[in-house]
Structure formats: C-alpha cells, structure tokens
Design a protein around this ligand. Sequence first.
Ligand SMILES: [Zn+2]
Length: 400
Amino acid sequence: MKIAIKNIGTIVSGDWRAPLIDGDSIFIADGKFSTVGKVTAEEIESCDLLIDANGTTACPGLIDSHVHNSFGDYTPKQQAVGFLQSYLHGGTTTCISASEIHVAGRPSDRKGVKALAVAAYKCFENYRPGGMRVHGGSLILEPTLEAEDFHELRKEGVWLAKVGFGSVRTPFDYEPLVRAAHEAGFTVNAHTGGASISLANSIYAEHLLAIKPDVAFHVNGGPIAMPDEDFERLIVESQIALQICQAGNIRTAVKCVNLAVDHNAFDRVLIATDTPTGTGMMPLGMIKSITEMATLTDYPAEWMIAAATGSAALTYKLETGFLRPGKIADLLLVDAPMGGSKKTCLEAIKHGDVWSLVASITEGVPRFIGRSRNTPPPMRTPKVVRSTVVQDFSTAQQFS
Ligand SMILES: [Zn+2]
C-alpha cells in the first residue's frame, strides 16, 4: 500500500537533536517511510490512499518500553481485556514487555522461566492487537540459569531479560547473569528503586553500577524511587538508559530529566508507563508523561516525544521511532485538543494539556483515521481525500 499525507502542520522527527523536519507531506510505500517533508506530484498521483492532515502534527508512533503484557490482549493485574488496543488509541504503536510476571502461577524454575519467555515471544510474533507491535517474552533472570540457556533462548528469538524478580540473595547476585545475557546478545532491563513485590530487593545506584544492565527500568520509582543522591551517580558513572515511567514518582522524574540534560545525557532518557500494574491500565500513560515532563521542565515538547520514540528505538535497536526514509512507517497525526487555549499540539503539550490523537498508522497500514476513542476531540480533523483501498479505516483492526 502507498500512502501520501499532505497539509501536515508540523513534522516531529523523533530525534531530539533535530526534532523538527521542514515540509508538509509524507509518503509511505510498502510499510516504510519513503519521503518525509516534501512529497512529489508523482508520488501523490501514485498513492492508494491520500490523506489531508488539515494542519495537524505528524510524529512517530510511541514506543512504551515498559508494559506488563501477559498473553493475548488481557492484563491479569487489572483483569482488563483489550488494553493493548486501548493503548493504541492513546498513541502507543510499540510495546516492549517488562517480563510476563503477572501470568497467574508463573514458574520460577529454570525450565519454567525459559518456557514462559519463549511462549510469550512467539505468541506476540503472531499477534498484533489493533495493529500494535508487542515485543513479548522478557526472560526473568533467576540464579538457576546457566550461560548455555541464554544462547538457547536467543536461537528461539528471545532478546529481552529482566533483573528484579529472581530468587537472588542480594541484587549483586545478578551481575554474572547479566554478563551471560549480554554475551548471548540480550538487552537487559533492571528494576530500579524500592521493592515492588515483597520478595524482591530494592535496587539502587550502587547495585546498577555493579550489575550494568542496559536500561534502569522506572528510574523514578516503580512506584517507589531510589534516594535522590543516586540519580547523579547513575547518570555520571554509567551509560545505563534512564527510563521514566508514568507509574513512578513524578518529582524524581523531573529531577532525572533536568540532571540528564545538565550532564549531556538526554539521549539516555526514555519515557514509558510501567502499566498495567497496581497503578492501573493507562491508555494515556505515555502522553501524560510526555506532557508532564514538557510542562514541568524548561525543555520543549518535541524532546519529550523523542524520549518516547527515537531514543527508545535506539536503545532497543528497533526500526521504528523516527519519521525518516527507510524506517518502519509507524506514524501518528495529533492535534491540540478542542476547548484548550493553544492552537497546535506542541504548544498544548508544553502548556500541560494532553494531545488529541486523530490518526494512527502502523507498518504502513492505517489503523484509524478520524478520532481516537480515548483522547479529547481535536481542533482539526484529517480527511481521506482519495482511497482505492477497500476499507473505511473507521475502526481499529484486531488482527493484521
Ligand atoms: Zn514494571
């Protein structure tokens, strides 16, 4: 399918160092961005679907790098069905598993944790709820795992591992497991802050500096934050990515963003939700955190969008997260909400208002064009000008 989008008001790139792109149009062919900025008359002529963005803002689909999926579109924690499709209607087009810890009766033995990771990884390879991509199957690191287990799992496709829920004596015991995971090619996420379940240990900067994961999950607390003085240590003494979560402590989230900018480490700041958890199932969790970090700091909204898109893509080596030729075409059209005091999406976010989501395209396929079911009504609505595709795009597709 070839899609052309014209009359875009603002193009947000996903790269915080060059956050805005000149131009007003985008061309998508066969699931990837082909042109971003100035589309040719020939491209418009050749498209199957022509969308008039009507002055709305284009940005990459959001990547939530901390989602507690289980199997299917169901969260055991909040007993809610359809939460992933609901998150798509908040702007999340990619979810990364924070490990399948909410699966009822989840095993903790060596064979069991491996089987759970493989099953979750493979199920989500075949299932895209609402068109969303879910990277499922995050191996829960247990001290019974051997180096050969990591190589075996990589062969099956599993590439994520999680520190924080294993039966270790102290967090320092994770260090050899993380090393073995890295040697096999895993990306390792580590619980950060106060213990979130009774048997897990609190993990602070001294532990993370010794364990050396790739990402400090919910660095602002999940939901309880580590001591204030640990943030600067983590930023200055490591290259670990700093994941700010909606479910955490908002004061330490702001502190972490400010410290990261001060130390030229904003590349490492990621925005995620850490949901569904006890905090709830939050379809607007990503945009709430983007808005909070933009409105409570001195930095622009487009930087915070980058922390939820391009920076996450670089950290997790994904081919999404940027509006750039050659990247997988995950794109949102967003606008300032109706009834607010600001005229554009970026101004509204900086002001503290959440966006209005008016279109979602994933892997070059429109999932809806018009109004999201979860965000406020927009100032402007995009229109389908021409379509030769036999579908009206009015509702999200369950499967693809
Ligand atoms: Zn979590």
